[in-house]
Design a binder for this molecule. Structure first.
Ligand code: AMP
Ligand code: ZN
Length: 464
């Protein structure tokens, strides 16, 4: 597979450290508010990357953090903690805010068919890990205490800026929005690893540390969580382009200073979704969320379809007109697929021919728009209906657009239904009625209607 690596500024052949196993870390949400659909574009691209790797035969170990402390309103260590801001806005505790918006984020990702990563860990659950790293950084002379905080000394590294294209003087104080002068720093590019003092001293969550009661900086969270779960050698680290500096630059600095060797080989970044006025915002203009799109009658997967038609490395500008067009094309595509009924006698040679082509496109720096064009080509081709259906079904493992309406196209696997009924019974036993209802609804969407009788649960398949 070829992928664009921000670190080398090249599209490169991907080679993991261990054959067939990929260790992947993706920066998670700051759960102080709903995710906007721009944030979700980044998670869609990461989902495509993970599923592409799976489709090509790799086993992916993926970790994501949930930022519930330490991300300040400016990415450069100044301003108020975003979580605290959210708590004040809603007159709730930081913990309540974190739990609520984590759940909302989960729902959004589910609506977009984004797979929940294998390991998801809260920043607040890994404090010991950060303390361990910071202690060693101080011992090794990379970090220092000043004005109550612990800072990383960026001048100790020759290649601190290796991930960014920016020149050093563009990065320092005054040149970037929201960067305030901090007199406690030795160099203005230094960043905070541990806060005990901030202008906003009303931080709700604090922990004891060798340097006093305080809280971790945002960047150390991702280094700590990644190394805890994935070890010293990481294959891929992802995020949106805004994460390149300072967040990922600082992650590299502190992780490599701590480890004493290179940490991660591939840094992969998704471009932004902008609105027509420019940068997408949670506070100004229309707050574009998945719930808003649903309220307006859009299928969230039409938004996923819209994203997949543009390279993840190109800026995408959101407009309702663009979404309407994507929605129409998406519904039309699904309807075309719905006409296909036959599921027998797949033409293996044709299947392999098109499937190889698909693999080439997705392994060409995740060219999902070519993959979708290929889907249209297959539908127009002389393949029989069974072959077309089998190809759509296989490719939807990556595209995740619910392209196959199982009711019309193929009988839903009886074993799968029985398993779901068992899981639902178990959920009911545990009094987890929400989960039980969710399973009922999911099956209903596939045309399977459950009936609870005295003898147990039975089902019927709806025919259209
Ligand atoms: P946050 O919750 O602010 O930490 O951001 C979550 C993710 O969304 C990060 O990976 C950001 O890089 C990404 N992100 C922020 N704004 C946008 C945007 N407008 N378009 C795409 N991704 C974004
Ligand atoms: Zn991160």
């Amino acid at each position: 597979m070829k992928i664009y690596n921000t670190l080398t500024r090249n599209v490169e052949e991907f080679k993991p450290h261990e054959k067939n196993i990929v260790k992947m870390y993706t920066c998670g949400p700051t759960v102080y508010h709903f995710a906007h659909i721009g944030n979700l574009r980044t998670y869609i691209f990461e989902d495509i990357l993970e599923k592409t790797l799976n489709y090509l035969g790799y086993q992916v170990k993926r970790v994501m953090n949930i930022t519930d402390v330490g991300h300040l309103t400016s990415d450069s260590d100044s301003g108020e903690d975003k979580m605290l801001k959210g708590a004040k806005r809603e007159k709730k505790s930081v913990l309540e805010i974190a739990q609520y918006y984590t759940e909302e984020f989960k729902k959004d990702t589910a609506s977009l068919n984004i797979k929940w990563p294998e390991i998801v860990s809260n920043a607040t659950d890994n404090i010991d890990e950060y303390i361990k790293i910071i202690t060693k950084l101080i011992e090794k002379g990379y970090a220092y205490q000043s004005g109550g905080n612990i800072y990383f000394d960026t001048t100790k590294l020759e290649d601190y800026y290796k991930l960014t294209n920016h020149k050093i003087d563009e990065m320092v104080i005054g040149a970037r929005d929201g960067v305030e002068k901090d007199d406690a720093k030795r160099n203005q590019a230094d960043f905070v690893l541990w806060f005990t003092k901030s202008k906003f001293d009303s931080q709700e969550l604090k922990w004891d540390s060798p340097w006093g009661v305080g809280y971790p900086g945002w960047h150390i969270e991702c280094s700590g969580i990644s190394m805890k779960y994935l070890g010293e050698y990481l294959d891929i680290h992802c995020g949106g382009v805004d994460n390149i500096f300072p967040h990922h630059t600082n992650e590299i600095a502190q992780s490599e200073a701590f480890l004493g060797h290179k940490w991660c080989n591939y840094w992969v970044h998704g471009e932004h979704l902008n609105d027509e006025t420019g940068k997408m915002s949670k506070s100004k203009g229309e707050f574009l969320t998945i719930s808003l799109l649903k309220e307006k009658g859009y299928d969230p997967l039409a938004y996923r379809f819209m994203c997949l038609n543009t390279s993840y490395r190109k800026v995408l500008v959101f407009s309702y007109e663009a979404l309407d067009n994507a929605n129409k094309a998406y519904q039309k595509l699904k309807n075309k697929i719905k006409q296909l009924k036959d599921t027998k006698n797949i033409e293996q040679t044709k299947f392999d021919f098109y499937d190889n082509q698909f693999k080439q496109y997705i392994s060409d720096d995740l060219n999902t728009s070519n993959a979708i064009t290929l889907l249209y080509d297959v539908l127009k081709s002389d393949c029989n209906e069974a072959t077309k259906l089998a190809l759509v079904d296989a490719w939807d493992q990556v595209l995740s657009l619910n392209l196959i309406n199982r009711t019309n196209n193929m009988a839903v696997d009886a074993k799968f239904i029985e398993e779901q009924i068992q899981i639902r019974n178990e959920a009911k036993k545990q009094k987890n009625y929400e989960r039980a209802d969710q399973i009922r609804n999911e099956l209903e969407q596939m045309g399977i209607i459950l009936k609870d009788t005295k003898e147990g649960t039975t089902y019927e398949q709806k025919t259209s």
